[in-house]
Design a protein around this ligand. Structure first.
Ligand code: AMP
Length: 308
């Protein structure tokens, strides 16, 4: 069975959408990635840090999903990372209202010994030096390293971010961030420039408009599943990444062809994430629901055109 190490934030989020508002709820990149990846037959561990204010019940929730939490450090006297965001009416864009690093500010990650030989590593959103440190702790070169990041780190730690981008196989990034990182408006040109920075595969997420996978001269596109209602997009990108790497780890196949399926899995899982606030929908999600939606996805994208 493949092993997957995930590093990222485990957080409190406060979210405002046109449909309502939450107080501090469970969030964080590693949380969403872990919940998505927990649907695969793999061993997974989360590496992160929380404060003494983080409820034990949230940690239990992650362990009950078979996520090894030995690498989640608890700083009793510290406060958990806090993020707050407000979505615009179209739900495609949001303003960050607060990012309080708290315990994340001086975090030294520690990969559990039993996961130092993991074949798959997901560098979820947090400080690029923390992502680098996780990579350096691996005993051997992993089979696949996927990186996710966001504009916040481009704004405040670009040089460190470029170092880590140079060491990964796949980067997942949203369209606006791809433009910011490359300085190019065209996503095709942006992907080419990002390739040149290191990653052999570039995945550009376009929210409700799907995702693009670039590898050399090949491009694959998958739409997002058209949903009647999008309630809260928070964590959709992380859920996508968790589904993507979870599927690759489960199948132990990192070919471009298999990455196409991984994109479909990622998109399918992300389509659930947005249906309720925060992690609520992902916590309740069943294998049967995933299977049904994968079938819907297949019907949505399959056609048989005669080209003579
Ligand atoms: P997404 O909607 O996929 O971009 O992910 C949202 C999640 O990312 C939230 O649960 C936040 O806690 C977390 N997050 C927001 N800003 C940051 C940041 N600067 N670094 C790491 N995680 C963040």
């Amino acid at each position: 069975m493949s092993k997957l190490v995930i590093v990222g934030t485990v957080a409190f989020d406060a979210i405002e959408t046109p449909f309502g508002k939450t107080d501090k709820i469970l969030g964080g990149a590693a949380t969403f990635i872990g919940l998505a990846a927990s649907h695969f037959n793999i061993e997974l561990a989360a590496v992160s840090v929380v404060g003494g204010d983080f409820p034990q019940e949230y940690l239990d929730l992650l362990s009950n999903k078979n996520i090894n939490i030995d690498g989640i450090e608890i700083i009793k006297e510290g406060k958990t990372f806090f993020w707050s965001g407000k979505y615009h009416n179209d739900m495609n864009s949001r303003d960050t209202l607060a990012t309080e690093l708290n315990v994340l500010a001086d975090f030294n990650p520690s990969v559990p010994d039993s996961f130092k030989n993991a074949e798959f590593v997901m560098l979820g959103n947090l400080h690029p030096l923390v992502q680098l440190s996780v990579l350096e702790q691996m005993q051997q070169k992993p089979k696949l390293v996927v990186l996710d990041t966001m504009n916040f780190w481009m704004d405040c730690a670009l040089e460190d971010l470029k170092k880590v981008i140079g060491k990964v196989d796949v980067i997942t990034i949203n369209d606006e961030e791809a433009r910011q990182l490359s300085g190019e408006y065209s996503l095709v040109v942006a992907a080419r420039k990002i390739h040149e920075m290191g990653p052999k595969y570039v995945v550009i997420k376009k929210g409700e408009h799907g995702a693009l996978l670039f590898h050399k001269e090949n491009v694959f596109f998958a739409p997002a599943l058209p949903l009647e209602e999008v309630f809260d997009p928070t964590g959709a990108g992380d859920t996508f990444a968790g589904g993507f790497i979870g599927y690759l780890a489960n199948t132990n196949d990192i070919s471009f062809e298999n990455m196409k399926n991984a994109i479909i899995y990622g998109s399918t899982l992300a389509s659930f994430c947005v249906e309720k606030f925060g992690t609520e929908r992902m916590i309740q999600l069943s294998q049967d629901e995933i299977y049904k939606r994968l079938k819907q996805f297949k019907n949505l994208t399959q056609f048989d055109i005669a080209l003579t």
